[in-house]
Write a protein that binds this ligand. Structure first.
Ligand code: NAI
Ligand code: ENO
Length: 290
């Protein structure tokens, strides 16, 4: 890899650029963003070597292009870069949903380039923008690649190496499985956090409620500070899977509510015990991060 082009110089694009530099990448990192101030900030912070507002200029001569914009903007970016990519270029993305990104790519390229490798780092924060970027975000975290039948083995290896160099553990899975799993573990918790905070904030005594919030409230709602545009896009991009898991949760919440209402302590305790056992078990294996 000699020239890495990152389109969307925000939190994830910025973290990737910093992580690549820290891993010893000596080539050129070109940043492209529709927001000129993001580019200026990235240049000032030394995160990118060159800034381009025009996607066509940014991708020219790049051997690897990473699209790191909100998932709703992927199609427009693919359309803007498609005619200007080098023939052997590898194109990848960091979007939180994968079927929607693949659909966006298929609507731009009548036949998908073999260099196209959909990807998703399962690492982030509630902050956004390049100013919040840091080089160690991906260390010890998972990155999911969802290669397609058209994806060439060489392109898959390039993207695997790109992420492995950041300290991430790379796993491969089918697109649909990715979207089902992430709807449950990431998209649903974000919707719950946003809704909880919104509901409480609209109560008459919200000032009093937030003033006495304890650690549990802070832990549970941190992700409600995440970027609304990004999460709006994710909701609609992974609509079916999100609605499926939301319905399941609604049913379980309704049952719990009914149990509390009729004073069924055994039922309530059984739910909490099962949940505690599951959380304690999985936290030792998966959930706690370095
Ligand atoms: N924030 C997080 O924790 C994670 C985010 N993701 C995914 O990464 C992607 C980027 O997210 P963040 O870096 O958090 O967002 P961000 O808001 O920090 O950065 C996105 C950047 O894309 C630029 N942009 C938006 N539309 C554009 C367009 N049409 N052309 C060029 N630039 C455009 C924005 O100006 C911004 O600088 C999203 O697809 C998100 O789903 C993936 C893993 C974690
Ligand atoms: O901040 C957190 O805890 C997150 O969950 C960040 C995050 C947001 C979106 C993703 O697609 C992956 C990770």
């Amino acid at each position: 890899m000699d020239k890495l082009c990152i389109i969307g110089v925000g939190l994830i694009g910025g973290c990737l650029a910093l992580a690549q530099r820290q891993a010893g990448f000596r080539g050129e990192i070109v940043g492209c963003d529709r927001d000129g101030s993001a580019l200026e900030e990235a240049l000032a912070l030394g995160i990118i070597d060159r800034a381009e507002v025009e996607p066509a200029r940014a991708v020219a001569g790049a051997d690897t292009v990473v699209v790191a914009v909100p998932v709703g903007a992927m199609e427009a970016v693919f359309a803007a870069i498609a005619p200007h990519l080098d023939p052997g270029a590898v194109i990848t993305d960091v979007g939180s949903t994968k079927a929607s990104v693949v659909t966006a790519a298929r609507s731009v390229w009548s036949s998908l380039p073999p260099g196209f490798v959909p990807a998703h780092p399962i690492a982030g924060t509630e902050k956004s923008g390049v100013g919040a970027a840091f080089p160690t975000l991906f260390r010890g975290r998972k990155v999911i690649l969802t290669p397609l039948p058209e994806t060439s083995p060489a392109a898959l290896e390039r993207v695997r190496t790109l992420w492995r160099d950041t300290g991430a553990e790379v796993v491969v899975m089918p697109v649909a499985h990715h979207d089902e799993v992430l709807a449950a573990t990431s998209h649903l918790p974000h919707l719950l956090a946003f809704t909880l905070v919104d509901t409480l904030a609209r109560m008459d005594d919200s000032w009093e409620i937030f003033r006495y919030a304890a650690g549990g409230f802070r832990d549970f709602t941190r992700i409600a500070s995440s970027d609304p545009v990004m999460w709006h896009d994710i909701c609609f991009a992974n609509r079916e899977a999100i609605l499926g898991v939301l319905t399941r949760l609604e049913e379980d919440l309704d049952t719990l509510r009914a149990a509390i209402d009729r004073g069924d302590g055994e039922y309530v305790k059984a739910v909490f015990q099962r949940a505690k056992r599951a959380r304690d078990h999985f936290s030792t294996i998966f959930i706690e991060q370095p």
